[in-house]
Design a protein around this ligand. Structure first.
Ligand code: AGP
Length: 609
């Protein structure tokens, strides 16, 4: 949730920190700050609100220093304010922190009895005083960090510097991501790769318990006893500009239009057309293990949960395999009946979502095989799983997830094909048929993207409405949920997604001329029933916005407006309808004059529960 940047090297750290924080803005924040070490002095500049406020303070009172740390804060303890903004200071040291210290109250009381005076409402300040207390007793910053880890309970990524150890930044993590890298100008650290890409593509993702020492000339990663550890260097091939907007008005529109490429990239090199098989080397599971899995569990949050629900329909219809889908925050606190050798699939764009991570850890503890479908290379979820399928979406900057959703569904299509072929439920010929459908999807998504002007017209007609109802059946019930989530999270309009067959069990009481109803209606075996639902809402004067197949004249007669997508196999419709609904939500939000990339109250990655 918070963003961390650090630099130690030959250059002035200020521009490195400010530019780094700009590339972290997408994570969501309410205040920001930097600290510089120069000539035996530490200067701290912090501000509430947007980063531009901090920039203006720094311009008015420029500081020098080639060692510095910076932070964008997403408030968890203590209101958004300058006083609660990071970096936090204690004596000769300053630090920044991402995460939640769960035992900060008891630590605060202990430190207050030792004479420390707290000036903020944050849990972070506890870490600063804790480090200072150890350094006062003769520890180096690195030793103090190691000692403090024993006291701290909860999740944290911390970066600290102190006057007595110039040209050094010490950083550690437990449960929150941290990545380091260096070039000839010095050493860098950040809470994700995005701000590092302009400096280096060779990075190291720290692991829980690692302590990294950054100096101008090197980065050392140390273990529990101070021993030097070797960590894998990962090459990030995301083009730095990929995180730019690429000519679009904002990241969300860019990412919606990137979806054909995401499908191509996620499929690339992952199938053998001759044998009609998927090729997933990172799955790290044998055919026998996949076959032996008594049940398949899919657990995720938000949009990723919706792709998991699509996976349920897909696996049950394509390979006749029972699937249990759960929300991360529910699974982790139930007594789930997951058993040894069950297959547990965690789906997450960031790979850092606290509830999904906790659920995966619980599944692993109960002996299940954990496969994660994630977008961020080297993310915690990726590194803790037995098997991985990376969705190759590149950085998804906009808080509203779009291309990652498509990547997740493509990963599920590949996995379903793989399991289907391994279990000999699909012949080579059937495998080739599915691969023909998968590889045709980029072109079909392009066709939907070309409908943007028509979709925008619909947005222009209904953007001022206060409530929407989204209806879908079967594999498109999750798409109704996703369409409603997209609308509510970026336009702040109340929108509900519902299984169309459920409408008469309550929601129809809401339906009137002021409630547009969006209906996903492919010509599948449930089409007639969906059309009946559509007629029922029309009978109550509700405007009906239908998404259906090209050539479906009947739909035109029973809806106020129809968006026609390419007619494909029903199991292949989710992505096509989702793209249409993303565009609808996007244009409604733009017409309402809202910041589609950084919606209020939301963060890109919910790394705390
Ligand atoms: C989706 O538009 C939201 N931003 C949110 O629901 C998101 O999908 C959810 O927080 C899960 O994030 P993850 O995929 O990174 O785990």
């Amino acid at each position: 949730m918070c963003g961390i940047i650090g630099y130690v090297g030959e250059e002035n750290a200020t521009p490195v920190l400010i530019e780094g924080l700009k590339r972290l803005e997408y994570r969501g924040y309410d205040s920001a700050g930097i600290a510089l070490l120069h000539g035996g002095e530490i200067s701290v500049t912090r501000s509430a609100g947007k980063l531009v406020n901090l920039e203006q303070l720094v311009e008015r009172n420029p500081q020098n220093g080639s060692t510095g740390i910076g932070h964008t804060r997403w408030a968890t303890h203590g209101r958004p304010s300058e006083q609660n903004a990071h970096p936090h200071r204690s004596g000769n040291l300053v630090l920044v922190h991402n995460g939640i210290i769960e035992n900060f109250i008891s630590l605060k009381h202990r430190l207050e009895t030792e004479g420390y005076r707290f000036v903020s409402e944050t849990d972070t300040e506890v870490i600063a005083h804790l480090l200072e207390s150890y350094m006062k007793n003769g520890c180096s910053l690195q030793e103090a960090m190691r000692a403090a880890e024993v006291d701290l309970h909860g999740s944290y990524a911390v970066a600290a510097l102190c006057v007595t150890e110039p040209d050094v930044i010490v950083t550690t993590r437990s449960g929150c991501p941290l990545v380091v890298g260096r070039n000839e100008q010095g050493s860098f650290l950040a809470s994700d790769v995005t701000p590092l890409l302009v400096h280096t593509r060779e990075v190291v993702f720290l692991e829980d318990g690692d302590i990294a020492l950054l100096t101008p000339s090197q980065i050392s990663v140390l273990g529990a006893n101070g021993e030097e550890l070797t960590r894998e260097t990962v090459t990030i091939d995301w083009d730095a500009e990929a995180a730019e907007k690429g000519g679009y008005d904002n990241f969300m529109l860019k990412e919606i239009h990137e979806q054909p490429q995401v499908i191509v990239d996620t499929l690339r090199g992952r199938y053998n057309y001759e044998t009609g098989e998927a090729d997933l080397p990172d799955l790290a599971m044998t055919a026998e293990e996949l076959i032996a899995a008594r049940r398949i569990w899919i657990v995720a949050c938000g949009t990723s949960w919706h792709s998991g629900l699509v996976g349920k329909y897909l696996f049950e219809e394509m390979i006749r395999k029972p699937v249990q889908v759960d929300i991360g925050s529910e699974f982790r606190y139930r007594e789930p009946m997951i058993q040894k050798d069950d297959l547990f699939i965690a789906i997450s764009q960031s790979g850092e979502t606290a509830d999904t991570l906790a659920a995966a850890r619980e599944a692993k503890r109960r002996g299940a095989r954990v496969l994660s479908i994630v977008n961020v290379v080297g993310s915690t979820m990726a590194r803790e799983s037995d098997g991985i399928i990376y969705t190759r979406c590149g950085p998804e900057i906009s808080v509203a997830s779009t291309k990652a959703f498509t990547g997740q569904i493509m990963a599920l299509y590949l996995l379903a094909l793989h399991v289907g072929r391994v279990r000999e439920l699909l012949s080579a010929e059937e495998g080739r048929w599915w691969l023909d459908q998968y590889t045709a999807l980029p072109g079909r998504v392009e066709s939907v993207l070309k409908l943007e002007p028509e979709i925008k017209k619909i947005a222009e007609k209904y953007y001022s409405k206060s409530n929407f109802l989204y209806l879908g059946r079967g594999i498109n019930y999750p798409i109704a949920l996703e369409g409603a989530l997209k609308l509510k999270e970026i336009s702040y309009i109340h929108a509900e997604g519902y299984a169309a067959g459920e409408m008469k069990h309550g929601p129809i009481a809401l339906v009137d001329e002021n409630m547009p109803v969006v209906v996903v209606a492919p010509r599948d075996r449930l089409y007639e029933k969906t059309v009946n639902n559509l007629m029922e809402v029309r009978a109550r004067s509700a405007p009906v916005i239908a998404f259906g197949f090209e050539g479906d004249e009947e739909l035109q007669r029973v809806a106020d407006v129809v968006i026609h997508i390419p007619a494909v196999h029903p199991l292949l419709t989710p992505i096509l309808f989702a793209v249409g609904l993303q565009l609808l939500a996007y244009h409604v939000a733009v017409l309402r004059g809202l910041d589609v990339d950084r919606p209020r109250n939301l963060a890109k990655s919910v790394t705390v529960e």
